[in-house]
Write a protein that binds this ligand. Structure first.
Ligand code: UDX
Ligand code: UDX
Length: 438
């Protein structure tokens, strides 16, 4: 099939590339000419494992094309995806200006029947608004609007796309449903067909539930520390119940990234607007905020004064295997340490370039080094903020030699408390502190 993706960011580019890989012909559109130039030159503007190869292969075979022209894109595809950003407004609601603009741009150039698919994460009832907008500006053209939410995790987006748990198609027209089923025919996954509003809700409900699981285990981690228990064992025991599952029960510094914080805020706002306030979600958010504060307090309680203390921070990206630093708890941690006067030296395997780009002011206030061992040289303590496997492989004896005192604050439970104790570290982790001291 011929497809068009409008918005070639993390979601749009990965989606387009994977559709090309399974045999479709895809045109990716982006309003940023630099991004399209980069893609046409055979480079990809983001780090996502496995993506570069798929983009290269499919560009070479002619199945993946790039343009800045919405008209060229809309003419090309039978199905046109909208994958532009949906950032949060200051009050937590969703800024839908890019989606609205793309709907108008499509209306300006649409000539015959198209299926317009919303891939961006949007509040319930956005599909109706997209349809109203296109109808207003292109009243005589036939089209259908579909909601087809993405469930991609950055860092494993390619695998999530090629081997999804499920495919959700929210559509109100049999013609559009048939097209979407044809599109997804090469994929082996259950397909759930719903109305548009339900599909939109599934995305917000799923992400909020996953955030809830994380906050649940994070609050439990504090209870474990207070009671002298090990949160990893508690998570394991809970997770063995198939009804609960072990996934997303990793205690740490809390969730970040471009999705959970914004989707939770959006869902909270929408439920308020619908007159059914979802107070539970406010508590999920509160726990996430408190979790970081509790960790910083532990650092403060140990070091007493942070002013002028040299601290090494391992990790800037919001999770491993991505260069994305948007709403990263690691970045927030660095910001707060710096605001208390600490002299931070940070490192990240992939996130330093985007950190410099998105946080130039903060980047100017800290030192950035490539080597995790160089970061700990002469530092008062090591703080682990992102659980990159690379960090788990660093020689801990060398870390100990280079630190002023053998002090490690592990915000992601990356290291083993017993090993750390054996090596003579004072080790502070999340919800496993009784294990670390026993
Ligand atoms: C996506 C979604 O679409 C968002 O709703 C979801 O919550 C997270 O994933 P993402 O792919 O992460 O966003 O955003 P980004 O990497 O910023 O890419 C968006 C692309 O759209 C950018 O390349 C931008 O240049 C492009 N864009 C933006 C357009 O082509 N047209 C516009 O009008 C606005
Ligand atoms: C998420 C959803 O998983 C995906 O389905 C959706 O489409 C987009 O949003 P993503 O934000 O890429 O994906 O990452 P995810 O793996 O879900 O992690 C989100 C945050 O939660 C990260 O900051 C991560 O460190 C944190 N997390 C995750 C935990 O703290 N504990 C866990 O057990 C799992």
């Amino acid at each position: 099939m011929k497809l068009t993706i409008i918005g070639s960011g993390y979601v749009g580019l990965t989606t387009g590339a994977c559709f090309a890989k399974v045999g479709h012909h895809v045109m990716c559109v982006d309003s940023n000419p630099k991004k399209i130039e980069t893609l046409l030159a055979g480079q990809i503007p983001i780090y996502e494992p496995g993506l570069e190869e798929i983009v290269k292969q499919n560009t070479a075979s002619g199945r993946l094309k790039f343009t800045t022209s919405t008209e060229e894109g809309v003419d090309f595809g039978e199905i046109v995806f909208i994958a532009v950003p949906t950032p949060p407004n200051p009050d937590g609601s969703v800024d839908l200006r890019y989606v609205e603009k793309v709907a108008r741009d499509i209306a300006a150039v649409i000539k015959g029947y198209k299926v317009i698919v919303d891939k961006s994460t949007v509040p319930v009832k956005t599909g109706e608004k997209v349809a109203d907008t296109i109808r207003r500006y292109a009243p005589s053209v036939e089209f259908d609007v579909v909601s087809n939410p993405e469930f991609l995790r950055e860092g494993s987006a390619v695998a999530d796309l090629l081997d999804p748990d499920r495919i959700v198609i929210g559509a109100n027209s049999p013609r559009a449903i048939a097209k979407m089923q044809e599109l997804y025919a090469p994929f082996v996954a259950p397909v759930l067909v719903t109305d548009i509003n339900s599909a939109e809700l599934i995305k917000h409900a799923a992400n909020s539930f996953l955030a809830l699981k994380i906050s649940y285990i994070n609050h439990l981690s504090a209870i474990c520390d207070a009671a002298g228990a090990d949160v990893e064992k508690v998570a394991e025991g809970m997770g063995m119940d198939k009804r609960i599952g072990r996934a997303f029960l990793n205690a740490g510094l809390g969730y970040g990234g471009s999705c959970f914080p914004k989707d939770l805020a959006a869902f909270t706002t929408i439920s308020n607007q619908l007159g059914v306030p979802f107070h539970l979600l406010s508590e999920v958010h509160n726990i996430n905020t408190v979790q970081l504060q509790r960790f910083i307090k532990a650092i403060r309680d140990t070091l007493w004064v942070l002013q002028d203390k040299k601290l090494a921070v391992w990790g800037l990206s919001f999770k491993p295997h991505t260069d994305d630093v948007r709403s990263s708890v690691a970045v927030e941690l660095v910001r707060q340490l710096v605001s208390e006067g600490a002299r931070v030296t940070a490192t990240d395997p992939k996130g330093m370039e985007s950190f410099r780009e998105f946080e130039p002011e903060l980047a100017g206030k800290i030192a950035l080094v490539d080597d995790p061992l160089a970061a700990v040289e002469g530092a008062e303590a090591l703080v682990i903020a992102t659980e990159w496997p690379d960090f788990a492989e660093v020689d801990l004896n060398e870390v100990k030699k280079r630190l002023i005192a053998p002090l490690v604050f592990d915000g992601r439970n990356l290291l083993d408390p017993w090993t750390m104790k054996e090596l003579g570290f004072q080790y502070h982790c999340i919800g496993r502190n009784s294990a670390a001291r026993s």
